[in-house]
Design a protein around this ligand. Structure first.
Ligand SMILES: NC(=O)CC[C@H](N)C(=O)O
Length: 309
């Protein structure tokens, strides 16, 4: 079913777009710096197949940290909770996503949660498979199934751009390797992680993935339980407590839905039992979240009482 342009969403996008001037496109990964800061798009995917949208919905963007929720679900299915949470914690940090500060808080080098880069690198390390390519293709197939689009790929330009500049993530990896939290070659893990973060799609496909999480891992179109219910719920809980990094508390108060942001300007929302949301707005606030995307969600939550609290 094609996604219908929605008049009410178009009004909200027009209002939220005013805030793009106050944000800045991420450029620490040089290839991300080429995005148009004034782009803003949204799609809402309902379990009955209906989809509504507004804005620049054809724009593709890389998942970046949004991929961390999906890789966590995948690895929990691959390895089980006890194995995963022996190696990464469950607590929010209140720190920026790339912080190294609290890596020694828990038994040395255990990252506090899987949404910060240190934790996400450990999760990606746990993806099963023989070699980088097989491990990446397994994760990509999982994402294609959730998005119901077998053409989804990764952006080689963004992946290479991040690989060439991932100095801090390499530092995190070497610290984690020293403490035997990760065991593989750091360059190979960075290769896999940058490909994972560079998987690209538009807001329509992202909204469908959000809808799968909103429906506790069930794909209503195929009737398949793509993610076990208890794992989908773990992922939504991390989205609430850590999904927006050191803005997660304010986001829970003002908007109140499970959501995960990425530095390319994507936000995935999962309104429990109702629908998924995909947003793209590359102008970021000082915490690395889409400034207009958050404003759009604030308007939606207020107008339609979306808060789960
Ligand atoms: N917050 C983000 O989206 C960060 C993801 C990015 N690939 C990084 O590791 O820095």
């Amino acid at each position: 079913m094609p996604c219908q342009s929605d008049d009410e969403l178009n009004v909200l996008v027009k209002e939220a777009k005013k805030y793009t001037k106050d944000g800045k496109v991420a450029d620490y990964i040089p290839a991300l710096g080429r995005a148009n800061p004034h782009d803003l798009s949204i799609a809402i995917q309902f379990p009955n197949g209906q989809c509504i949208s507004a804005g620049d919905i054809d724009r593709k963007f890389t998942l970046q940290s949004i991929s961390k929720v999906i890789s966590l679900a995948f690895v929990l299915m691959d390895r089980g909770q006890s194995y995963v949470f022996e190696r990464v914690g469950m607590e929010p940090t209140g720190d920026p996503f790339n912080s190294i500060a609290k890596l020694e808080t828990l038994s040395p080098a255990k990252p506090l949660n899987p949404m910060i880069n240190a934790g996400a690198l450990v999760v990606t390390h746990m993806i099963k498979g023989n070699g980088i390519n097989e491990r990446f293709q397994r994760l990509l197939s999982f994402i294609r199934e959730m998005a119901s689009d077998s053409s989804i790929q990764y952006c080689e330009e963004v992946a290479q751009s991040e690989y060439n500049t991932a100095y801090l993530n390499r530092a995190l990896c070497y610290f984690l390797k020293h403490h035997h939290i990760i065991e593989e070659d750091v360059e190979e893990l960075i290769d896999l992680y940058t490909k994972q973060c560079s998987i690209e799609m538009n807001c329509l496909e992202l909204a469908r993935i959000g809808m799968i999480f909103a429906m506790d891992g069930m794909d209503p179109e195929s009737g398949k339980q793509i993610i076990p219910v208890h794992i989908a719920r773990i992922c939504k809980t991390f989205m609430v407590t850590c999904g927006m990094y050191n803005a997660s508390g304010e986001f829970a108060i003002k908007i109140g839905i499970p959501a995960k942001s990425g530095v390319s300007g994507g936000i995935m929302g999962a309104v429990p039992g109702k629908f998924g949301i995909g947003i793209f707005g590359p102008a970021l606030d000082e915490k690395g979240n889409s400034i207009a995307g958050i404003k759009l969600l604030e308007l939606l939550s207020k107008n339609y009482q979306l808060s789960m609290f």
